[in-house]
Design a protein around this ligand. Structure first.
Ligand code: NAP
Length: 284
């Protein structure tokens, strides 16, 4: 009944995967086979699942992916040496270091050791800086995925009021920058914001990235608002859910992304997009 209100990550990512596969075929015909190297340190179960998903996605689009699995005891120097080697390897177009890293390794130093031209996660200071000043960059995968969903659903945010809840470096901040670049009027809320509902009720689009089940409820949005739900949580029944009270909101919003089957899939597909872009750039 509410099907037309859903912005389906399954649908959007399927469309993008066709485009990506076509680009891979074109690159291959010119002698360039896009390749992603994924480094994982330790055996964090969630990280192992994410990495497995990344390899599966690559295979689906005919992107080569190799897995560099390192023991928890790996030192920062050893990890930096491996990254340096991958930076120099011309057959590798994208490098991804799965986060979080073990506590004895400084994430900032490791991420910034990646050649920005191979930084397909878009986390290096160079890419973040370029994104902020509107230069060509690898946009971080989850924020770009949110923008792709709005585009696909025909939601033009130019001149619209967009409220982002969450200000993390991987979601809230970058998605705010991307929305601003599309000429939205952006308000960023976080844990110290007073009366968030007062702000979200004025929003045309609410992007929620907090990490709390049912954080965004129907009384917090105006009739016809668009909701992009970035959250990935487990409810008391162990079921995957987002930050939005989907059942409460669906009758009131004009569009909403589901969880599962929403932004998460867009994050995955944007890694493929960035890897292909890195291969295209390397060819130039
Ligand atoms: P994070 O680093 O923990 O950031 C959460 C943000 O929410 C912070 O800015 C925090 O504010 C804010 N916040 C926490 N409690 C709040 C409250 N009561 N009121 C207002 N703001 C509050 O999390 P994240 O990495 O951004 O991820 C957010 C959610 O998205 C998580 O569920 C995560 O699993 C999910 N996620 C999904 C994807 C995907 O692909 N779909 C990708 C990444 C993350 P302060 O800054 O003031 O602490």
């Amino acid at each position: 009944m509410y099907e037309e209100k859903l912005i389906s990550g399954k649908e959007v990512s399927a469309v993008l995967k066709v485009e990506i596969s076509q680009k891979v075929a074109q690159l291959k015909a010119r002698g360039v086979h896009p390749k992603l190297s994924v480094i994982i340190v330790g055996e964090n179960p969630a990280s192992l699942t994410y990495v497995k998903g990344k390899h599966k996605d690559c295979a689906e689009c005919n992107i080569i992916s190799d897995n560099i699995a390192l023991p928890e005891s790996t030192t920062q120097a050893e990890l930096l040496e491996i990254i340096e080697k991958l930076n120099r390897d011309k057959s590798v177009h994208g490098i991804l270091v799965q986060l979080p890293l073990p506590k004895h390794i400084e994430e900032y130093a490791v991420i910034n050791a990646i050649d920005p031209a191979k930084d397909v996660d878009g986390f290096t200071a160079v890419n973040v800086g370029n994104m902020n000043i509107g230069k060509d960059c690898f946009a971080p995968c989850t924020p770009q995925g949110c923008m792709d969903m709005l585009d696909y659903a025909g939601v033009d945010i130019c001149g619209k009021d967009v409220v982002v809840i969450g200000r993390s470096n991987i979601v809230g901040k970058p998605v705010s920058v991307l929305a601003l670049q599309k000429s939205a009027t952006v308000t960023i809320c976080h844990s110290k914001t007073k009366n968030i509902a007062e702000k979200t009720r004025l929003a045309d689009v609410v992007i929620v990235a907090v990490g709390r089940e049912k954080f965004l409820t129907a009384d917090m949005v105006k009739e016809g608002a668009v909701v992009i739900d970035v959250g990935i949580n487990r409810n008391s029944m162990g079921k995957l859910c987002g930050d939005a009270d989907f059942d409460g909101l669906i009758g009131k919003v004009s569009k909403i992304t589901p969880v599962p089957g929403g932004v998460g899939l867009m994050t995955r597909v944007n890694l493929l997009k960035n890897t292909v872009k890195a291969a295209e750039n390397a060819e130039k």
